[in-house]
Design a protein around this ligand. Structure first.
Ligand code: TRP
Ligand code: SF4
Length: 329
């Protein structure tokens, strides 16, 4: 019995934080039960924005691999691999570049957005324009049936479907299936300053943070700004701490906290204490697994090389079929 195949990827741009956990990894871990899974560390995608200072990418590949394994991605059941160790992605990217109109890439929403946001980087490059096409190649080279992603990535999967249709139509055979979007619920995950959690804002709680780092981060986290004194009632609906409760604290204690906040029966430190009771244990578990892998870097390399070799076998098959279709085999 063959299970439907899925693929998703993450760029190795730094250590992973709890936003990656709730926005992707927890979901990926669950999907391993029902799908044939490919989990990619997409270092070439990191290069599209960090080409001028690529030094960290290599170290980050290992960091992300450790975070993947610690979060529960399982190399015995899924294929964990590094994009640049499967050069077939690049060759398919090249073939696809022949058939994709430039205008399709220019109209991808993230293209102009990122160029405007990351003004410190020169993103007027060919590689950056091709970012979503490389992502399409990642997906197509495994003939993935579906792609688990958050809403922000849905346009990239939609573009992939259009490219699949165009390729199959041009070369007159169904080489690639059209991948579906498996939308991951991505709850708002605020950082300690209330803005979106992000490495670049310096407001993140990392999977590698020990409790002595996590606890003060939470204790100094911003709250409902209207709640200045202990006796002022607060509004959980505008409080970033409560956004974390929505993710980590079960319904009953969460309702109690909300009530306590609204009536000023509890203070913000009490509220944060309840959150920490729910946040610290799962992070402890991840960190414990993390240390085991950190102590065995050889083992991580082994996992990544074995996974990439396995990915490569499948990628070779697809690439061969694509070349036959194009007529340059
Ligand atoms: N663009 C994705 C992101 O930034 C990463 C990615 C690269 C990806 N290739 C992929 C995601 C293939 C899904 C499938 O999150
Ligand atoms: Fe936010 Fe909790 Fe303070 Fe209410 S009690 S303002 S929810 S931190």
């Amino acid at each position: 019995m063959t299970r439907p195949r899925i693929l998703s990827g993450m760029r190795p741009t730094g250590p992973l934080h709890i936003g990656h956990l709730t926005g992707a990894l927890d979901n990926w871990v669950r999907l391993q039960d029902t799908y044939e899974c490919y989990w990619a560390i997409v270092d070439w995608h990191a290069l599209t924005t960090d080409y001028a200072s690529p030094a960290e990418i290599r170290a980050n590949v290992l960091e992300v691999a450790i975070d993947f394994l610690a979060a529960g991605l399982d190399p015995a059941r899924a294929t964990l691999f590094v994009q640049s160790l499967v050069p077939e992605h690049a060759e398919l990217h090249l073939l696809l570049s022949m058939v994709v109109p430039v205008s399709w890439l220019e109209r991808v929403p993230s293209y102009k957005e990122q160029q405007q946001q990351l003004t410190e980087k020169d993103l007027s490059t060919y590689g950056f324009l091709g970012y979503p096409l490389l992502q399409s190649a990642d997906i197509m080279i495994y003939k993935a049936d579906a792609v688990p992603v958050g809403e922000d990535q849905a346009p990239h999967v939609e573009l992939t479907r259009e490219i699949v249709r165009r390729f199959n139509h041009l070369y007159g055979r169904p080489v690639f299936p059209e991948p579906k979007t498996l939308l991951t619920a991505s709850p708002r995950i605020p950082g300690t300053d209330g803005r979106k959690m992000s490495k670049s804002y310096g407001n993140a709680i990392y999977l590698a943070d020990p409790p002595e780092v996590t606890i003060p981060k939470v204790k100094t986290m911003v709250t409902d700004p209207a709640r200045k004194r202990r006796r002022d009632p607060g509004n959980p609906d505008v409080c970033p701490v409560f956004d974390l409760h929505r993710i980590f604290t079960p319904e009953a204690p969460r309702a109690e906290v909300a009530q306590g906040c609204r009536t000023a029966a509890i203070g913000c430190l009490d509220c944060k204490g309840v959150l920490l009771e729910r946040l610290v244990p799962p992070l402890d578990q991840i960190r414990e697994r993390r240390t085991r892998f950190v102590e065995a870097p050889g083992r991580i390399r082994e996992i990544l090389h074995a996974g990439s070799a396995r990915a490569r076998e499948r990628a070779r098959e697809t690439l061969a079929a694509a070349k036959v279709a194009v007529g340059i085999a």
